[in-house]
Design a protein around this ligand. Structure first.
Ligand code: BTN
Length: 226
């Protein structure tokens, strides 16, 4: 795998779209970091910003959730290395003590029922300053540990974990909110549900008024209610 290290780039995910071989792209900062659902991702100096582009010949789209599983679990293992307790908020956020420490943006290119290219973009808050408006909902490794973290260590631990093959059960082991009430947020508003499980395709299985409902991360985002 080719490793590319950049000082500044608009977005490491967008940079990956210019590449033709499997690569890992790191940037010290991003001028236009992208989040899910068209949102931006604050990407100042001191954070850990990486995208991994993979080209596949025979990766069936029904296995797309595996890409999410591997990246989220790799982030959790990286956070654990620093003796913190990560939790996954379905589908793709990693939290510490209820605050977001990492976000993942996966951009897949489909060719019929095959994923021909996947770009996995991961942003971990490490030593970067978080915008004040995010202080209630986001945290960083350095905030949690009260010290400056060596970004090279984060990189080393992350690279060790990103090449592993994790299972959906590994992913579910980082979910502490099964059987509790969550808020499902859709384009049409919010709905309370009891989260039950995540299936092999990555759908959330929940219960609303005694009825089982299966929701996909493309339509719904989640708030875990305290
Ligand atoms: C989210 O929380 O909404 C997803 C955030 C993903 C951020 C990472 S940082 C590296 C890569 N490049 C981007 O522009 N976004 C992802």
């Amino acid at each position: 795998m080719k490793i590319i290290e950049l000082d500044e780039v608009s977005s490491t995910n967008d940079y990956c779209k210019t590449l033709t071989e499997n690569s890992v792209v790191f940037a010290r900062r991003q001028s236009c970091g992208k989040g899910t659902k068209g949102r931006s991702f604050s990407s100042g100096e001191g954070g850990f910003y990486v995208s991994i582009v993979n080209f596949y010949k025979d990766f069936k789209s029904e296995n797309a959730f595996k890409i999410m599983v591997n990246s989220c679990v790799a982030v959790c293992k990286t956070v654990e290395y620093f003796n913190l307790k990560p939790e996954i908020r379905w589908a793709n956020d990693v939290l510490v003590k209820g605050k977001k420490i990492c976000g993942t943006l996966i951009e897949n290119t489909f060719n019929k029922n095959i994923i021909s290219r996947s770009i996995v973009g991961i942003g971990i808050n490490v030593n970067n300053e978080l915008p004040t408006e995010l202080s209630d909902i986001a945290t960083s490794l350095s905030c949690e540990l009260n010290s400056k973290i060596n970004l090279q260590t984060v990189k080393k631990v992350f690279l060790k974990n990103i090449n592993k093959n994790f299972s959906v059960n590994d992913y579910k082991n980082y979910i502490g909110w099964f059987n509790s009430t969550v808020t499902l947020k859709t384009a049409n508003g919010e709905e309370k549900a009891v989260a039950k499980d995540v299936d092999m395709s990555g759908n959330l299985i929940c219960e609303i008024d005694g009825n089982i409902k299966i929701v996909s991360a493309a339509e719904v985002s989640l708030r875990t209610d305290d």
